[in-house]
Design a protein around this ligand. Sequence first.
Ligand code: DGJ
Length: 730
Amino acid sequence: MIVLDEKNRVFTLHTRSTTYQMKADRHQVLLHTYYGPRTEGGDLSYYIRSADRGFSPNPSEAGRDRAYSLDTLPQEYSGCGVGDFRTPALELEPADGSRAADLRYKSHKRRKGKYALPGLPAFFGGEEEWETLSVTLTDEAAGAEVELLYGVLEERDLITRAVRITNQGEKPLSVCRAASLNLDFFSPGELDLVTFDGCHIMERSVNRTPLHPGVHSVGSVRGTSSHHHNPFVILCQREAGEDSGLCYGAALLYSGNFEAAVEVTRTGNDRLTLGINPYHFRFVLAPGESFVTPEAALVCSPNGFGQMSRQFHRAIRENLLRDPWAGKRKPVLINNWEATEFNFDAELLVGIARSAAGLGMEMFVMDDGWFGNRNTDYSSLGDWQVDQKKLPGGLEALVPRIQKLGMTFGLWVEPEMVSEDSDLYRAHPDWALGIPGRAQTLGRSQMVLDFSRREVRDHIYGELRKVLDSAEIAYVKWDMNRSLTDVWSSALPPERQGEVYHRFVLGLYEMLERLRTDYPHILVEGCSGGGGRFDAGMLYYTPQIWCSDNTDAIDRLRIQYGTSFCYPVGTMGAHVSAVPNGQTGRSVPIRTRGVVAMCGTFGYEMDLRNCTEEEKTVVREQTETFKARWRLIQEGDYYRLTDPFREGPYTAWEQVSEDRREALVSVVMGTVHGALPFLTVKAKGLDPQASYRINGSTDRYTGEMLMNIGIPLPVPEGDYQSAQLYLEAR
Ligand code: DGJ
């Protein structure tokens, strides 16, 4: 609910358990007055104090009031160059070359429903679900109007933000930094920052840092959101944990360069900014033109990380994903990549598919290697024609053979890339990003196509269409296997080169939107060497994303745990693969590999013909379990029961149905030792009074017992064993 106190110019956004407030003060500066647990109090600016702090300048309107300084007051959307020295949200450069931004309140508007951001990913929903507040600020000297947009999804404690900057002057205006979100807070020495960091094959490890004076930032300048840091961060009280304490999660719906920065000052006037990374960013606005930032989304939870995650999960599932399979069970898939890499032909693929179909799998996905002369990763990206040597008769011949097995067909593509050794690059070398006079930097021996250019996108899209129209395709895996370098576009003048990174992302989004519009039935899975572009922006276009190229079930415990802080289980691409694992050399029992992949989209990525009969029986049971429990797994409320980054005998998590009548507790043990103690796992989120059966047993236990005393676990008889405990109160 949005409450406007017109007289005092106080604007309050209430969600179910939180309140967010701003106020235009006597000098028209928009102050941020509060964000935290819900309060019905009116004007909360009473607790903002100011003092004459040395070296904190005063704007001219303040006259002799030396206590009034933009440097110490909490700003709703901060500027720069005129007295606030903290990390700015906005940097403007008018034609005179000055660098400043000084915003003053002009007007506001409230309406039902949610604002839209054409060309950018954004949360959506019904007129009744959402409310929008728009607050307009101006910087008269720069000739800029800045519209702050807020969307309120009350039930989910979710507040979204975006900013539109318009050049109202008569000369060009450069936007050199434009954060999507600025959050000022008073927290002298009290907060931790949680970030999700890693690298290829070990994404989104959880790092928690006590904040101290200075700027702590994570971000990406790789052109994608990256394996290395994620555009999702949490600020929390030092004592906050899974089930208690105040925390704020902030996600950016963007798949390119980003920066999340927290600046902590000695005086406790602290600030979080989140938005496009200012590295090599400069957007030139002609008179009348606007720049719109990507959307950011905030969830504040007064009750720890678990509640915050569950609110993000529901909001993402119900108000962000555009999933052709929404509310329906997706097919269990088999992907050939880890089994064959580039070395396959039609017979081998059909053989793998046949064995998978017999074990309950319903979709066959042909991964990399089906086009051009793609027998290694040195060539052919950009030449999207089926390799007739491997697949005689093309997809027209292969797909019906797969369908005859009762399976649908999916296809891997990597549209943003071009190989040096490709007909496309030989014909159009200038279509790859590259700086004149510099030798090209290669990554996986490939280059990045200039997706900021329409003709490049049109060509690639046209080629993909021919393939997609040649047979019945149910699924596309959209991969992207290198970071951007040599970022320069031959289509833009020198003063606009700072737009290329962002225009690349806009081009990608435009392509994905076209694909969605033209093939609404196709399920598109995102991928960037695994989880190199696992962000809320991509999820708007690709409702699931391959979580990591690391399919080792034990490493996946950490990767999926880190991912779960913002993103729902059903968005995490997860497959059972062969052992010893290709990335780690570790062998984990097939049951455990299944339990871990079931904390995701669930599928297989191996040649099942190599399995023993006993393993095949397990695989058959697993596909049946997933088919029976998919709704609970993917739509249930998710609880992290342990932290796999801490030493402990096991890792456990749980999904609970909305009515709390059903739950699935999954437990993966570590390595065994002699004389292990007897272990129990404590459930969460159950109805304390309800009486539950475990895995169909006749004995019943109250929810209170299972949550407070726990469930006894079997004694493991080998390393990395696991248990799936299905609790049912019916
Ligand atoms: C990286 C992906 O993450 C893998 O799953 C696979 O599709 C390869 N690319 C193929 O090149």
